[in-house]
Design a protein around this ligand. Structure first.
Ligand code: TYD
Length: 410
């Protein structure tokens, strides 16, 4: 563990504590057995008043964190419609086109690459997890297994030329030094090129009390103000945004080099969004979040224990990183929740870190159904509920956010 730092990793100002979630194992380190000993690390969210960023106080180094990589983008109707909306936005505004070359950072198993490929001149994925990069390559989607940084970007540019757009979806929070990625972006982005960055939006996380978004891989919780300041420090300018519901509320940001911005009209709504964001934070949004979290923790624990006392069997649905935080923080274990259902093959048969909940397939769970599902992948709520219904089941559903909700079964 590197020495603890209490300065903002975006702007260098002093940071303040928002919430201490206690020590936890990294959320994606699935266990081979329910009793495997797991090392735990502090999980503390801080904020910076100057750039209005939220971030983990203590970051694990990438080599440690990504040693056991299990995240594979699920096939999901919700994600597919997001990709369609996002690509229409990018096409309509001329950020991508059939004559443009691009790179996707953190391309995982290629879900978004596959969507982009027919709409652009060429697209190459870059992802450090060799196992998932190989899945994309096997689908015929050019993918390089590497960490994206300046030295990678310079080598890529020297061999292939610069690119017209770079997409980085849900990966800028996963590096304790976002400037290492941005330096690479500047090295390989062509004149007039755009950087497209999508992340969970911190304002949505805070407003909806989504404390399970806090885990070791999520080193940053981005506000627009923080993104604007971060871009500004490397000579980029935030010029456009698109909000969406994915991952509990996300924002896609578009940036250009500052010296090229004058040539493009700025999205007027952006100034207003930045002002509203600052107002909400000044009014104490983060402090309200920090006060709500222990209440949800107690309520969720009580609801699960009451249903259990009434003889109900409860499974989690979605062996998510979020689910690991949710279960460990609320002190729910395999005693209360014996199984967690997940469609990801490489997760099945393993156990969620800390709480020891066994991960099973959807097929198995639908043949051995519980009385209730705790939606640990609540971000796919409608999709999962429809899937369960089409399997002929009518269980109770428990939703943790924005406040604990029990939807009775039939
Ligand atoms: P995600 O919400 O992206 O999780 P994380 O918190 O780890 O970032 O992952 C959703 C999980 O839910 C993923 O492991 C796959 C699982 N899932 C199913 O099991 N069935 C489904 O129909 C869908 C959409 C997801």
């Amino acid at each position: 563990m590197p020495p603890r730092q209490h300065r903002c990793r975006i702007c260098g100002a002093a940071t303040q504590l928002i919430i201490d979630m206690g020590d936890m194992p990294p959320a994606n380190w699935l266990m081979q057995s329910p009793s495997q000993h797991m090392v735990e690390f502090p999980l503390i969210m801080e904020s910076c008043k100057y750039c209005r960023s939220f971030q983990l106080r203590d970051c694990l180094d990438s080599q440690t964190l990504y040693r056991h990589y299990n995240y594979v983008t699920p096939s999901s109707r919700l994600l597919l419609s997001h990709y369609q909306r996002l690509t229409s936005f990018l096409e309509d505004r001329g950020y991508i086109a059939r004559d443009k070359k691009g790179l996707e950072i953190g391309s995982n198993a290629g879900e978004f690459l596959a969507h982009l490929a027919p709409r652009v001149g060429s697209i190459v994925g870059v992802d450090p997890a060799e196992n998932v990069a190989a899945m994309a390559a096997a689908r015929g989607l050019p993918t390089i297994a590497a960490f994206f940084d300046k030295s990678f970007a310079e080598k890529y540019r020297d061999e292939n030329g610069s690119v017209d757009f770079i997409a980085a979806r849900h990966c800028m929070a996963h590096n304790c030094d976002p400037y290492a990625i941005l330096d690479g972006v500047l090295a390989v982005l062509s004149e007039g090129g755009v950087f497209i960055m999508e992340n969970a939006y911190a304002i949505a996380t805070l407003k909806n009390n989504e404390f399970d978004q806090i885990y070791h891989e999520h080193m940053f919780y981005y506000t627009l103000t923080a993104i604007q300041k971060m871009f500004g420090r490397v000579g980029l300018a935030l010029t456009d945004v698109l909000y969406s519901d994915v991952h509990g509320g996300s924002v896609t940001c578009v940036a250009r080099r500052q010296n090229e911005v004058a040539a493009y009209p700025l999205d007027e709504a952006l100034t207003l969004d930045l002002r509203n964001e600052a107002e909400m934070l000044r009014a104490g949004l983060a402090q309200t979040f920090a006060r709500s979290v222990p209440k949800i923790k107690k309520e969720l624990h009580d609801v699960v224990c009451t249903l259990r006392k009434n003889g109900m069997r409860i499974y989690g649905y979605g062996a998510t990183a979020k689910g690991a935080t949710l279960l460990n923080y609320t002190k729910l274990t395999s005693k209360e929740i014996p199984y967690c259902v997940d469609s990801t093959l490489i997760k099945q048969g393993r156990f969620m870190p800390g709480c020891g909940v066994e991960i099973v397939s959807e097929e198995w769970a639908f043949h051995n159904p519980p009385d209730a599902f705790l939606l640990t992948a609540w971000n796919y709520r409608d999709e999962l509920m429809a899937k369960v219904a089409s399997a002929g089941l009518r269980p109770t559903f428990i939703l943790p956010f924005p406040s604990v909700e029990v939807i009775p079964g039939a």
